[in-house]
Design a protein around this ligand. Structure first.
Ligand code: ATP
Length: 444
């Protein structure tokens, strides 16, 4: 058997549409560039990813959660540097009018039409602007947040005081961010509206380098726990020209997607830049009083920031495989999404061998029992059983439970495993325990 990995995002885009993971936004109107909607399976997958991240970040004594609003006081973005610095250098092609990011131009040639007639680079601010209240006029302008991090910084004092947190501690948040990207694309890799999972960890100055290294390891282990192929992940330290204006040290975790090695997550040492900026502009003290040391200081911050949509794309690419076999000179391709069982949008499929009511009745009982035990279940009775197995393989369902006519007599069902395709007869009264053991076993 030959195993083929995903070699083009286009293959994934069609699978995602066909099977209800991701649809183009406003498709019936011709779509809206770079905006995507998550379908029934996509939303489950995204939810599972967020839960995995949230659990890994907040089920520890030193990190708490937050959900800040998307619209914030405009001064937040002055203090953070986004009004002045959050821009990409943009070049216009005078012939075909294409707009290209100057830092993406390999040669001084328009990638769209080949013209050399390009403008000098100009800065283009990536923040979306809107107006608060009924009158669209200067003074009422607000921005859609381009990152969730600032909601954490401006709540530093609130969280530290209300929760009596002691440095070192962290604040984690999941939420939507918006960037008017010049060149969005590659499916959900770069979009103008996306979800971020960010954590800011506040530390005593001088301990920041050690905590930076600790978080690098913790984040690496997180990806391992999701069952990703670790040979497709690597760290990419930022050189001096890549460092953001606020960062002392930064490393990306990159993943080898079909479009090459790309940033999945950024880990930054933001120093005391953000808290100091907010302290200066708001006039409110954002210092921490260290009782043990009897001194006040503005903490340093280690940030971990990953895009939820980008991780979802990574998980899909990582899980995708085609198993190619040759049977009697005929090629057969089995498409499998080999999700980690905790991420699979459907964990167990319940399938009657035929549409007969007596089989349906047993299936519904099993379906209810599994759902009641907390598993994500799908009932499917249409088409042949072989086709239904293949469909479940393609959406990454680890286990299929088939109810046949023997099941009515011997009170057993057939459980089929996604990866090995092995089938086993299991007593109906043992099924929940069997599912639990099998899914747990797959987690490695
Ligand atoms: P880039 O250089 O690719 O524009 P960045 O370095 O500005 O990204 P950060 O500001 O560090 O990105 O954002 C943290 C994470 O948020 C990124 O690692 C990525 O996973 C995600 N992210 C950033 N921009 C987008 C986007 N336009 N679409 C989807 N995810 C994004």
């Amino acid at each position: 058997m030959e195993i083929k990995r995903l070699d083009s995002l286009q293959t994934l885009v069609s699978l995602c549409k066909r099977r209800g993971f991701v649809f183009q936004s406003s498709e019936i109107y011709g779509g809206l560039n770079s905006c995507w909607d998550y379908g029934p399976l996509g939303v489950e997958l995204k939810w599972n990813i967020k839960q995995a991240w949230w659990k890994s970040m907040t089920q520890r004594r030193d990190v708490v959660g937050l959900d800040a609003s998307i619209l914030m006081h405009p001064n937040v973005w002055k203090a953070s540097g986004h009004v002045d610095n959050f821009s990409d250098p943009l070049v216009d092609c005078k012939d075909c009018k294409a707009r290209i990011r100057a830092d993406h131009l390999e040669e001084k040639v328009c990638p769209n039409c080949g013209s050399k007639n390009l403008t000098e680079p100009r800065d283009f601010n990536l923040m979306f602007k809107t107006y608060m209240g009924p009158v669209a006029e200067a003074g009422n302008e607000v921005y859609l947040r381009p990152e969730t991090a600032q909601g954490i910084f401006v709540n530093f004092e609130n969280v530290a005081t209300s929760m009596r947190m002691k440095v070192p501690f962290g604040i984690a948040q999941i939420g939507k961010s918006f960037r008017n990207e010049i060149t969005p694309g590659n499916f959900i890799f770069r979009t103008r509206e996306f979800e971020q999972m960010e954590m800011q960890y506040f530390v005593t100055p001088g301990t920041d380098t050690d905590f930076f290294d600790n978080w690098k390891q913790t984040r690496w282990d997180f990806y391992k726990s999701l069952g990703l192929n670790m040979e497709n992940l690597r760290f990419h330290p930022h050189g001096p020209t890549e460092l953001a204006h606020y960062a002392k040290q930064a490393e990306d975790i990159q993943y080898k997607l079909p479009i090459g090695w790309q940033e999945l997550e950024g880990i930054h040492n933001r120093t005391d830049f953000d808290l100091t900026q907010h302290q200066n502009l708001s006039g409110k003290k954002l210092e921490y009083f260290d009782q043990a040391e009897n001194k006040k200081y503005v903490p340093y911050v280690i940030e971990t920031a990953v895009g939820c949509d980008r991780l979802l794309l990574t998980v899909l690419c990582d899980a995708y495989r085609e198993e190619v076999t040759n049977k009697d000179g005929k090629e057969d391709v089995r498409v499998v999404l080999g999700f980690h069982p905790s991420l699979a949008p459907v964990q167990v499929a319940v399938l009657p061998l035929s549409k007969k009511p007596e089989l349906q009745e047993v299936c519904f009982r099993i379906d209810d029992e599994l759902r009641g035990s907390g598993y994500k279940v799908q009932y499917d009775e249409s088409q042949s059983i072989g086709k239904r197995y293949r469909r479940q393989d393609e959406i990454g369902t680890p286990l299929c439970v088939t109810v046949d006519f023997d099941s009515l007599e011997d009170k057993q069902v057939t459980v089929r495993h996604r990866d090995s395709m092995d089938q086993e007869r299991v007593g109906q009264d043992q099924l929940v325990a069997y599912v639990k053991k099998s899914l747990h076993g797959m987690q490695g």
